[in-house]
Design a binder for this molecule. Structure first.
Ligand code: TYM
Length: 329
């Protein structure tokens, strides 16, 4: 069975973008692949984080994963910080990454271009840690949204570089990016990605938003003045975004939705998207509350980190041998 791995960082609450762009795939693929999913909390601290909030976000994320349908019988679920091998291999990957490579990573480039203050060294080197996360488990595939593809490509380069220098050690992973929903946009500025770290709450749908509030956010989503429902990302990004959300949540092809809306107005489309989001969140949050009140999360994490930990331990031992870091056989 081929292996698949992915993670989400708990810097904020999970958004509809995270679900449609990434988590939906984790659930879809867990029957076909040996699946490893983790909470990337060591990545979260690359920006200032309130400890209480970080803990809460991490717990919510695990509960939401399970409520969304990740099955701990099929998926190995764990917290990155529980396995010190990630940072160990992360350092080794940092030492095999070039400054130029890391400077080319768009997330870092965007932040420096905006002149943001307080960019940490961790934010600069985090793609090397992400490569370690992936290569540790010999993942064949990494399902991500489009914004993370470049990082998976760096992991490929690092795997090849390492294998070339020290002999076959890592599987070279492949990113998997879906055709529809790889980039859900902000509801208030549909040319920008919907993001956990967004300041304007109207722009983002949190999976834990009160369903009625989420419906209102959809009703006030920014569109355009063309008045025709078409899937045209360039000229009608707001409408294209709403169509994408509806298509993903209802599993209906975008062309079919566009056909249904021939001659109809934006108000009607927003109403359907709003209701769909309302139903999706109501159902999800009911499951989430039941999970929070049970011990499923603790059991899943304990078993998950035990299984992942065994693989990580062996992998790092092998890498250390290859590098000449271990002296005793
Ligand atoms: P993060 O936490 O920013 O995002 C988690 C996943 O959600 C996707 N995503 C989106 N997809 C569609 N539309 C959006 N608006 C949207 N926003 C986010 C992201 O592409 C991602 O797949 N560095 C990673 C976490 C990570 C990781 C890894 C992922 C750490 N180690 C190893 C894969 C493998 C991150 O910051 O993702």
């Amino acid at each position: 069975m081929k292996r698949m791995l992915s993670g989400v960082k708990p810097t904020g609450r999970l958004t509809l973008g995270n679900y449609i762009g990434a988590i939906r795939q984790f659930i879809q693929y867990q029957d076909e692949y040996e699946m490893f999913i983790f909470i990337a909390n060591m990545h979260a601290i690359t920006i200032p984080c309130d400890p209480k909030q970080l803990r809460q976000n991490s717990k919510d994320m695990i509960a939401l994963y399970l409520a969304l349908g990740l099955d701990p019988e099929k998926t190995t679920l764990f917290l990155q910080s529980d396995l010190p091998q990630h940072t160990e291999l992360g350092w080794i990957m940092t030492c095999h990454s070039y400054m130029g490579e890391l400077q080319r990573m768009t997330q870092y480039k965007d932040k420096t271009a905006k002149g943001e203050a307080g960019i940490t060294a961790g934010l600069f080197t985090y793609p090397a840690l992400m490569a370690a996360d992936i290569l540790m488990y010999d993942a064949d595939y990494v399902p991500v949204g489009v914004d993370q593809k470049q990082h998976v490509e760096l992991a490929r380069d690092l795997a090849e570089r390492f294998n070339h220098r020290y002999g076959d050690t890592f599987v070279v992973p492949e990113p998997i990016v879906q055709k529809v929903g790889a980039k859900i946009m902000s509801l208030q500025n549909p040319t920008k990605k919907m993001s956990k770290s967004e300041d304007n709450p109207k722009a983002t749908i949190d999976l834990l938003d009160e369903p009625n509030v989420a419906r209102k956010k959809i009703m006030s989503a920014v569109t355009d003045s063309l008045g025709v429902i078409r899937y045209d990302v360039e000229n009608q990004p707001g409408i294209a975004n709403l169509l994408t959300i509806l298509s993903a949540l209802n599993n209906e092809a975008i062309e079919g939705i566009v056909k249904r809306y021939e001659g109809k107005g934006y108000g009607e489309l927003k109403k359907e998207v709003g209701q769909t989001v309302f139903d999706f969140l109501s159902d999800l949050q009911e499951k989430y509350r039941a999970i929070i009140a049970s011990s499923i999360m603790d059991d899943a994490l304990r078993e998950g980190s035990e299984k992942a930990g065994k693989i990580a331990y062996k992998k790092v031992a092998k890498v250390k041998r290859k590098l000449g870091l271990s002296v005793v056989k």
